[in-house]
Write a protein that binds this ligand. Structure first.
Ligand code: NAP
Ligand code: F7E
Length: 333
């Protein structure tokens, strides 16, 4: 009998990659999504996985919808990826970010505990929880969150550990460092850069406006990172794991690599604007994924250079073949 998995946030970047991975592994996959006035399944079409999964409407602020989704999917594994995940927006929408990305985790855990406490649970924790703690970061490093998003995620992280020890649930937190892909949301700096690089190259834009160019991040490929999520739920017990490449680069370096991929110099196009700076910044994140490597046998495959190229090439293709892309969009409405 095929294993059943419920993924919350299936319309997001990681939800789509994880759905694809689990389908390939023979799972029956249920995708939890929140109903929106405009349908939002483009990532599932992009990875050609929508036809293979069953979609269930559910919202992390609505406990009943979570219980209904559990009843409908009756899963062996639950991956809680849903969140308000944009750090910048969390300063403007601090309360709803806390509701979804923080309290939403407890709603999920409580629902699992009441429905079937033997379900294996994955919580999408984040390197943002380290915040102001100087790098490198591993599972024992101190948490000093610097945004409402990070504070909400830290609450979800602790509560996951509480349910693991208190109720003996198989609950794991993946402390994932930044991971990107061609289907990354356009608000995030990597995608904003690669999309604008392609627009500039094609003559649709003239400049790229950014905030802090000196922020450093440990950037990996989302396709590699969802594999680590799955591996965590295959262990005999739940635990916390850092997932990272162990290499960090500045936003400036990302710009340099992305512009040079299309033969341009970033200095000619990048402008620094205060509106893209945050009230509090996380200067530098660098993960030490030794535990994931030793216990899960996980390691990243895609390098920083390959990631930048993959993203720039996908955005160039989008603007070079607009008819193909609008047809694809219309087909999927
Ligand atoms: P994403 O692309 O922003 O996806 C977030 C998903 O959550 C979307 O499907 C979104 O639905 C859904 N969602 C938002 N509010 C919801 C609600 N109230 N109820 C149900 N669903 C809701 O994020 P991602 O990059 O895939 O990240 C996945 C998870 O990993 C998130 O929890 C994020 O915080 C965490 N994380 C991400 C990274 C990273 O670098 N990508 C690193 C560490 C941790 P809509 O499509 O309707 O908006
Ligand atoms: O910013 C700087 C910005 O928004 C990266 C989320 O997936 O990863 C992500 O959070 C850095 C920051 O990602 C712009 O100030 C400069 O220092 O791409 P980002 P993030 O904040 O690191 C973590 C691990 C998560 O968990 C989150 O869910 O880039 N930066 N100029 C800018 N950032 C943006 N977005 N836009 C700019 O114009």
């Amino acid at each position: 009998m095929a294993k059943r998995a419920l993924i919350t946030g299936v319309t997001g970047q990681d939800g789509a990659y994880l759905a694809k991975l689990l389908v390939e592994k023979g799972y029956k996959v249920y995708g939890g999504y929140r109903r929106t006035s405009t349908r939002n399944f483009w990532r599932l079409h992009y990875l050609d996985v929508k036809k293979d999964i069953e979609l269930i409407p559910m919202d992390l602020i609505d406990q009943t919808s979570i219980l209904m989704a559990l009843r409908k999917s009756d899963p062996h594994e639950v991956y809680n990826l849903a969140a308000q995940s944009f750090v910048g927006a969390s300063f403007d929408e601090a309360i709803s970010t806390g509701e979804i990305s923080g309290l939403g985790v407890t709603r999920m855990l409580d629902s699992v505990r009441f429905y079937n406490p033997s379900i294996r649970f994955y919580q999408a924790s984040t390197s943002e929880m380290y915040g102001a703690t100087p790098p490198p970061h591993n599972e024992d490093s101190m948490f000093r969150p610097q945004s409402p998003y990070a504070a909400a995620k830290l609450y979800g992280h602790w509560v996951t550990g509480n349910y693991r020890t208190g109720y003996k649930m198989h609950a794991s937190s993946g402390i994932l460092f930044n991971h990107e892909s061609p289907i990354r949301g356009v608000d995030f700096v990597t995608k904003k850069i690669t999309d604008t690089v392609a627009r500039i190259k094609m003559g649709y834009s003239k400049e790229l406006n950014l905030g802090n160019l000196d922020a450093h991040r440990d950037w990996g490929f989302a396709g590699d990172y969802v594999e680590a999520m799955w591996l965590m739920l295959q262990q005999s017990q739940g635990d916390d794991y850092v997932v990272a490449t162990g290499e960090c680069h500045s936003v400036r370096e990302f710009c340099e690599a992305a512009f040079s991929r299309v033969g341009l110099n970033y200095r000619d196009y990048v402008k620094v604007k205060d509106e893209f700076k945050r009230p509090l910044e996380v200067p530098s994140l660098l993960g030490d994924a030794t535990k994931a490597r030793e216990k899960l046998g996980w390691k990243p495959k895609v390098t920083f250079g390959e990631l930048v190229q993959m993203m720039v090439d996908a955005d160039m293709e989008k603007y070079q073949n607009p008819t193909k892309h609008s047809e694809q969009f219309l087909k999927h409405m």
